[in-house]
Design a protein around this ligand. Structure first.
Ligand code: PYC
Length: 323
């Protein structure tokens, strides 16, 4: 029997320049009983990974696109569940994506006034309805796992970085004189951060419980007084975050607080490589580390019905040799 044409309804947005494609309809049947977001992620990953690749990879998407499957929540006080993914695989968490989900839910009339909780694989995050596109997210606990870890990066010399969790594992590096954190310097930034990530992997340097460090964040000075710092963030795969990266900003806030450079309630303005800014503050987390709040702005950019035709040789996306 032929596979049949599949239709997937998606809403696109960008948060500070970084795209999010939220799949709001078209997922396969899974379970009669409510499934958690982790059960959904594992099911989609093992049995329907074509959905991820069809949605975010070319020719429907592009290598920098982040996707989100919108799911029914299992907790009665949550408005939705979400699983995030990109061209390379599934993400633990994603804050620019959570902001994208928030504007999407608002667009669909599915956000209530006040706090709205969302289940994600990293835990429950909370958003308020957008105000002029600005959304504040209360993220999961974030913390520094190791400070100033030295690594010998072939071709680049000794580099020191902090290992921190902000909803993904990050290696955070002060660029210093090593590399300019500048949009005109993307190739060098990508080569440098890919080399750092490969070195971490080769040396078995991980987050807690062996968690793979798949995001590399490099900091330099901001271009003006609108921000305290500017970053470049390499995401899993070879693409970089167009936004200042919300989970990366959370990891940075945890490191700043651990170093006594950010007080509770003080605002940190993190610019990304496009000079768009996320604002972050922290509260103390009872278990140690911090509870970050990150604010960023998103815009809806499209509504579409994606068509997956059985005869289309690229129906599941184009596979690059590096994928
Ligand atoms: O904003 O947390 C984030 C994020 C992770 C990967 C891309 N964006």
């Amino acid at each position: 029997m032929s596979e049949g044409v599949k239709k997937i309804r998606a809403i696109d947005s960008h948060t500070a320049g970084e795209p999010t494609r939220v799949v709001v309809d078209g997922l396969p049947e899974f379970s009669d009983t409510p499934a958690t977001v982790i059960e959904w992620r594992d099911f989609l990953q093992s049995e329907h990974d074509w959905l991820r690749t069809a949605v975010v990879r070319e020719p429907r998407g592009h290598e920098a696109m982040v996707g989100a499957f919108l799911l029914e929540p299992t907790q009665p006080d949550c408005v939705a569940g979400v699983v995030f993914f990109n061209n390379a695989g599934y993400l633990h968490g994603c804050l620019h994506g959570t902001i994208g989900v928030a504007v999407t839910l608002a667009h669909l009339g599915r956000l209530s006034a006040g706090e709205n909780k969302i289940e994600t694989p990293t835990g429950i995050v909370a958003v308020h309805p957008p105000v002029d596109g600005w959304v504040t997210v209360q993220n999961v606990r974030s913390f520094r796992h190791a400070a100033a870890v030295p690594v010998e990066v072939p071709g680049w010399g000794t580099v020191h970085g902090d290992v921190a969790w902000g909803g993904n594992w990050f290696f955070l590096i002060d660029a210093g004189d090593t590399v300019a954190v500048d949009f005109a310097n993307l190739d060098q930034l990508t080569d440098f951060t890919c080399a750092v990530r490969a070195t971490l992997e080769a040396n078995g340097i991980t987050g807690e419980d062996g968690g793979e460090i798949d995001h590399i964040e490099v900091f330099g000075p901001p271009i003006n007084d609108d921000a305290d710092s500017k970053n470049f963030v390499l995401c899993p795969g070879r693409e970089y975050d167009r936004s200042p990266c919300g989970t990366g900003t959370s990891a940075k806030l945890a490191c700043l607080h651990a170093d006594g450079k950010l007080q509770l309630g003080q605002t940190w303005r993190q610019a990304g490589i496009l000079d768009t800014v996320f604002e972050g503050t922290v509260e103390e987390a009872p278990e140690g580390g911090v509870l970050p709040t990150v604010k960023g702005r998103a815009f809806i950019t499209g509504e579409s019905k994606l068509i997956v035709h059985p005869d289309d040789p690229f129906r599941h996306g184009i596979v690059y040799p590096r994928d």
